[in-house]
Design a protein around this ligand. Structure first.
Ligand SMILES: *[C@@H]1O[C@H](CO)[C@@H](O)[C@H](O)[C@H]1NC(C)=O
Ligand SMILES: *[C@@H]1O[C@H](CO)[C@@H](O)[C@H](O)[C@H]1NC(C)=O
Ligand SMILES: *[C@@H]1O[C@H](CO)[C@@H](O)[C@H](O)[C@H]1NC(C)=O
Length: 279
């Protein structure tokens, strides 16, 4: 080993030990997988202040209770509702939404009628919400700087599965706790993790396919994502041809195999090191 390489390794070792002792497990928020690290895994702002600095604007209700449909202040950039971020009353990250403009929903057939909810109409778009902190506290207490520093992006993952933010599903942080649930194990993909899809059984009714996926690495939830059974024409999504879906699902449901379009996903990383996601 030459001297330069040795010092690099030394620095990397120090950096790793600092990360493991001081940083929370969910130390980041990055969106969209891609083969190129420079143009993918896009870091998202975790406070309203940073969001505004980066050109994000309030796109939902000006009250924290999101018209009663979701909790938090909703921010998006350039009206890209596919990546809508939710912040608590103190301005700390609280969740993320997938918003689909009504016209796009009509044109692409997603969300289907059977997925309303988890999608709910807010103004002129259908939104589904994921929360990183207890949804009941987003608009009442919020987080302090200290809890944000300690906890990072959040404490747990809740997916909304009803018309109000009181109707949420708590996702197990431990992969072992998925046994016996309707989350079906898919395949491992390096830089993503071990995929889990909701009720991806052979005779799945595609119109009911839950729009979220979960990803575990070293047994822990550190990534999740959205999935839509249509080809979304926006680079916030990853698009997979039907022949390649088997790289992510162990047994591809019949109705997905018959699809004429691609499947769209959006991987959402709660970790700053997606390249270490090796299942
Ligand atoms: C949302 O909050 C505002 C202001 O606090 C309140 O006036 C309104 O009734 C609330 N709406 C719902 C649906 O809870
Ligand atoms: C969402 O609710 C529907 C209807 O009750 C249920 O069938 C489905 O399993 C739920 N999804 C999750 C992820 O719990
Ligand atoms: C998750 O797994 C770890 C290690 O197996 C265990 O110590 C911990 O108690 C588990 N957490 C929960 C919430 O079950």
């Amino acid at each position: 080993m030459n001297t330069m390489l040795k010092s690099l390794v030394a620095i990397a070792t120090i950096a790793t030990s600092v990360v493991s002792s001081d940083n929370p497990e969910w130390d980041d928020l990055r969106v969209t997988w891609g083969p190129n690290f420079d143009t993918s895994f896009n870091q998202q702002p975790r406070t309203i202040g940073e969001a505004k600095d980066q050109g994000f604007e309030l796109v939902g209700a000006s009250t924290c209770n999101g018209s009663g449909v979701y909790n938090g202040f909703a921010y998006a950039k350039n009206d890209n509702f596919y990546i809508t971020l939710l912040y608590d009353i103190n301005g700390y990250i609280a969740g993320i939404q997938l918003g689909i403009p009504e016209q796009v929903a009509t044109d692409f057939g997603q969300p289907t009628e059977k997925l309303k909810p988890p999608f709910n109409l807010v103004h002129d778009r259908y939104v589904t919400s994921a929360y990183f902190v207890d949804p009941s506290k987003i608009c009442s207490e919020g987080r302090t700087k200290q809890s944000f520093d300690v906890e990072g992006t959040g404490t747990n993952l809740w997916l909304q599965n009803g018309t109000t933010p009181d109707d949420v599903v708590l996702i197990p942080k431990n992969q072992s706790d998925l046994v016996g649930t309707k989350w079906t194990e898919g395949r491992c993909f390096v830089t993503m993790g071990m995929h889990y899809w909701h009720n991806a059984v052979p005779d799945l009714d595609c119109e009911t396919f839950f729009p979220a996926l979960l990803l575990y690495n070293e047994g822990k939830l550190n990534t999740f994502g959205w999935v839509l059974l249509t080809e979304m024409m926006d680079d916030s999504f990853e698009r997979t041809g039907i022949n390649y879906v088997a790289a992510f699902m162990k047994s591809v449901p019949k109705c997905i195999r018959k699809m004429k379009t691609k499947v769209s996903t959006m991987h959402i990383y709660l970790t700053s090191t997606p390249y270490l996601n090796e299942c």
